[in-house]
Design a protein around this ligand. Structure first.
Ligand SMILES: Cc1cc2nc3c(=O)[nH]c(=O)nc-3n(C[C@H](O)[C@H](O)[C@H](O)COP(=O)(O)O)c2cc1C
Length: 349
């Protein structure tokens, strides 16, 4: 967990002071407060040291920093501009479902400070595709071209799993009708959140093959599939990967949160909380799955590493391992607003 130092930005210093108080508040409320504060403060953040030259081209887009914000942080599709100013190269907004959803009952997000982890059972609370897309398209129109916005899609809570494909396809059809969707970085097909009943059934065999096949046919932008870290064996994961790639998936995100909470120190009161675990305890599994994915995809499609990126050094390690892009969520909450800046800047001597 970082402390502000002489090298920290003023925003990081303020965050370090406010963090003990923020961490006493309900986690979801603290997220809203911190986001509002960062939104208000970032117009005053200097971008002079960031985004100088393109890092590489991915999905036909110049990527200025390979470090982005993972899905779920910007469920309302309103964060891109301030995340951009903090130095991140991209954001994956959403996940959006076809209709608005309020998500599961609160509390549905808790911190495990000892483990630098979170457990969430949000359940896709989101404004729905139409409203979310309206908000994003306005931002796509005004954001500098060096900033990339991707969109994540999920299945509606009440849609039976056998009709799940309709949810993704109807969202993609709506996007495809709007020329502005051409500006999206990619579209993520989220089949791995643990908080929507049966969603993960879409990850395997025939289901993933059919889903990806339907999505690539209508999607205006590359279709990237996001998998869970909880496959029973590496072989089963490789089978799903094969099926997704054979059906035309143009990228892979590995991984989502884990239903295995034994990897963290969970207080007895939260034993039956359910939900998905994220943050530092996920790092080892995420590295293993990244290595497996890279070995299997052999550079054919971009691989995005997500899960347990708890420091700028860990983000660099994932890139050194071969990831094309890296995403962070929980690590950003624990580390603070300088995460992307410290990733880009050389470490102070
Ligand atoms: C509160 C919360 C909400 C999330 N919501 C989504 C979501 O809507 N869609 C999705 O694909 N992943 C979602 N995720 C998973 C993250 O995108 C990420 O894959 C996961 O947290 C692992 O990364 P981390 O250890 O850096 O947090 C969510 C994570 C958290 C903590």
């Amino acid at each position: 967990m970082t402390q502000a130092s002489a090298h920290s930005s003023p925003l990081q210093k303020i965050y370090s002071l406010a963090k003990p108080l923020l961490f006493k508040a309900d986690a979801e409320r603290a997220h809203a407060l911190a986001s509002a504060a960062m939104r208000a403060a970032t117009p005053f953040v200097s971008r002079s040291q960031i985004h100088k030259r393109a890092y590489k081209i991915i999905f036909d887009r110049k990527v200025y920093s390979p470090l982005g914000i993972a899905a779920g942080f910007d469920k309302k599709c309103t964060a891109p501009e301030y995340i951009h100013r903090l130095g991140f190269g991209f954001i994956e907004s959403g996940s959006l479902t076809p209709k608005p959803q309020s998500g599961n009952a609160k509390p549905r997000l808790v911190r495990l400070p000892e483990s630098e982890a979170l457990i969430n059972k949000m359940g896709f609370n989101n404004p729905g595709l139409e409203k979310g897309w309206r908000s994003l398209r306005a931002r796509l129109a005004t954001c500098p071209r060096d900033y990339l916005i991707a969109l994540s899609l999920g299945k509606g809570k009440d849609t039976p799993v056998e009709r799940a494909g309709d949810d993704y396809v109807s969202c993609l059809e709506l996007l495809a009708k709007d020329v502005m969707s051409e500006y999206l970085f990619y579209v993520a097909i989220n089949v791995s959140s643990p908080n929507t009943p049966n969603l993960r059934a879409l990850q395997t065999g025939k289901a993933i093959r059919a889903l990806v096949n339907d999505c690539v046919t209508v999607s205006p932008r590359p279709v990237v599939v996001k998998f869970a870290p909880d496959f029973v064996s590496d072989k089963l994961y490789r089978d799903s990967l094969d099926a997704a790639l054979a059906a035309g998936a143009q990228g892979i995100i590995i991984s989502n949160t884990s239903t295995d909470h034994s990897i963290a120190s969970v207080p007895p009161a939260l034993k039956d909380f359910g939900g998905g675990l994220s943050g530092k305890p996920l790092a080892e599994r995420a590295r293993h799955l990244l290595a497996l994915t890279l070995k299997h995809t052999k550079g054919k499609v971009p691989v995005i590493s997500s899960g347990g990126v708890f420091s700028p050094e860990e983000a660099r390690l994932r890139l050194d391992m071969g990831a094309d892009l890296v995403q962070v969520y929980t690590g950003f909450v624990y580390y603070g607003p300088d995460f992307a800046r410290d990733f880009l800047l050389p470490a102070p001597r």
